[in-house]
Write a protein that binds this ligand. Structure first.
Ligand code: HEM
Length: 508
């Protein structure tokens, strides 16, 4: 990008702030290495060190692998990130700490969220939230022709699920969006992000005197911490032998791992990280996913058809009452439709949805909920494409841009095409050999701990919504990206019509 004396590329970035991820992609596409460029921010000689404002921006899968795996120890999150977010994330939580403490936390948390352990999370939290809270809201909206903001609803859905899964608490923000905890979470996201735009001395001054946005941030963190501490106290009174089905319980059982005792602040910090990370990421991904489907009737039909095929196998009955074994069936009548839509899909049903899974991967390729991550170079380094990275500078990985590179995903990289994730006969998922081509959940040792939980939550919500309703855009409403930690939309207004499944009773 164009770089000016003293202010670097800041003016051009500010001009493009409303489309910052697109702009970054444009710069990466124009770079001679097709995937890496270097730039700098405000740099005033004798006042700040040029290395602190120098940034390497990249999206090439080989470079991502180099930073996230091969040279993992040379690229931590760095002092600026730590200084800015220590109080928000808790300086002993999983996303903040490094070294042995971090290994220990991952050893506790990762197994609890492993794919094979998520069945109870679906039955106890996700599906009841869909059935009792989300669907009644959508039913009412479709009956009365009222449009809904799906981004907002999905944020409440993500919040309710993550509070259940992490703390064993029913928050029910779908029914009560003004719940003080939900409002506190909103405030934390909004004002913590604002720190990027204020000079350090200003927000630190405001924090010290608890004024303005920093005052609200402090209060909101206090509200969230109180909820976690209360849950910790309740949890310590529960019989230790009871089945452990939420994250906090896993901590009380495994406070000591390999002789290391975990401090209570590490547990609080990690739970806080999980509550914050597990909310907007899911709502953002679900919103882009549903937006893409709403605008692509071919994919919409294919998804509903696949769900029906699965339901015919698992819930279907023919005229004589016996289970249907083949899918070439009569049109779906109202009674069957009612039976199939009474309960959200079960764990086994969800795991049989191959096309839906491909659609999810495709939407995360184009719209990764975390669009960029930043690392810091401890020592000088040379990237695989020959770029020199000076010690003490930042390196930004644009996860948003990876999916938009023709050199990585081919000429049709901007097309929404779930089939690219499927085997030729479309019966199974074919992941790319180079795992760093798909980096939505990060890669290497700091990979997201909740990839499978996210898939499960999203497939469950998407199948429930798409089986029951046909979505259409609200005339005149355009979605746009909101500047935030995640790629969230400003709002996502849709109209819903009950889905008529009778048209799906045709031969394959
Ligand atoms: C579509 C949904 C999600 C996406 C795209 C996503 C993406 C990511 C990415 C890119 C990172 C790496 C961040 C970095 O190192 O700078 C990350 C880390 C993390 N994610 Fe997720 N995430 C999602 C959902 C979730 C959920 C539902 C949870 C909570 C259960 C969660 C918890 C975490 C935590 C705790 C970390 C830090 C791990 C560590 O540093 O060891 N994420 N996620």
């Amino acid at each position: 990008p164009k770089t000016w004396p003293l202010v670097g590329s800041i003016p051009e970035m500010l001009l493009n702030i409303g489309r910052i991820h697109e702009w970054t992609t444009d710069q990466l596409l124009a770079s001679p290495t097709l995937g890496t460029y270097q730039t700098c921010g405000i740099c005033i000689p004798f006042i700040n060190n040029w290395r602190r404002s120098f940034t390497t921006v990249t999206c090439h899968p080989k470079t991502l692998e180099h930073i996230l795996r091969t040279k993992f120890h040379n690229y931590p999150k760095g002092p600026t990130w730590q200084d800015t977010f220590a109080d928000v994330l808790g300086n002993q939580g999983i996303s903040y700490v490094t070294g042995e403490e971090w290994n220990l936390l991952r050893k506790i948390v990762v197994p609890v969220l492993a794919k094979s352990r998520l069945h109870p999370a679906l039955d106890r939290w996700v599906n009841p939230t869909i059935k009792n809270d989300l669907l009644p809201i959508l039913d009412k909206a479709s009956k009365h022709n009222i449009s809904v903001d799906l981004q907002k609803l999905m944020t409440c859905f993500g919040t309710d699920n993550i509070f259940g899964i992490a703390l064993g608490k029913k928050l029910k923000t779908l029914l009560n969006p003004d719940d003080p905890v939900a409002v506190a979470m909103d405030t934390i996201f909004k004002y913590a992000f604002r720190r990027f735009f204020y000079p350090d001395f200003l927000w630190k001054f405001m924090r010290f005197f608890s004024i303005g946005s920093e005052g609200s941030l402090k209060k909101s963190l206090h509200i969230l911490n109180n909820v976690i501490t209360e849950a910790q106290e309740e949890c310590s009174n529960i019989n230790k032998d009871e089945t452990c089905d939420y994250l906090l319980r896993a901590f009380t059982r495994k406070v000591q791992v390999n002789g290391h005792i975990l401090p209570s602040s590490a547990i609080t910090g990690t739970i806080r990280d999980i509550l914050l990370a597990g909310r907007d990421s899911v709502s953002t991904s679900a919103s882009w996913f549903l937006w893409l489907i709403m605008n692509d009737p071919r994919v919409d039909r294919k998804i509903v058809r696949e769900i029906i095929m699965i339901l015919r196998k698992t819930r279907g009955k023919d005229m004589n009452g016996s289970k249907v074994t083949n899918f070439i069936e009569k049109p779906c009548d109202q009674e069957t439709q009612d039976q199939w839509t009474e309960e959200p899909l079960s764990y086994e049903e969800i795991n049989s949805l191959v096309y839906l899974h491909a659609t999810l991967l495709e939407s995360l390729r184009l719209y990764p909920a975390v669009p960029r991550i930043v690392r810091y170079a401890i020592c000088d380094d040379i990237l695989p494409d020959g770029t020199y990275v000076p010690a003490g500078s930042d390196i930004m990985l644009s996860l948003y841009s990876v999916g938009r590179m023709k050199s990585v995903w081919g000429e049709d990289c901007l097309e929404f095409k779930p089939e690219r994730w499927l085997s030729a006969d479309e019966t199974r998922i074919d992941m790319p050999e180079d795992g760093y081509k798909y980096a939505a959940f990060n890669g290497g040792s700091r990979m997201c701990i909740a990839k499978y939980l996210t898939y499960l939550e999203m497939k469950s919500a998407a199948s429930a919504i798409l089986l029951r309703y046909k979505l259409s855009p609200v005339p005149g409403h355009q979605v746009s990206q909101q500047l935030s930690f995640t790629l969230s939309m400003k709002d996502f207004k849709v109209n819903l019509k009950p889905r008529d499944l009778s048209e799906f009773g045709i031969r394959r």
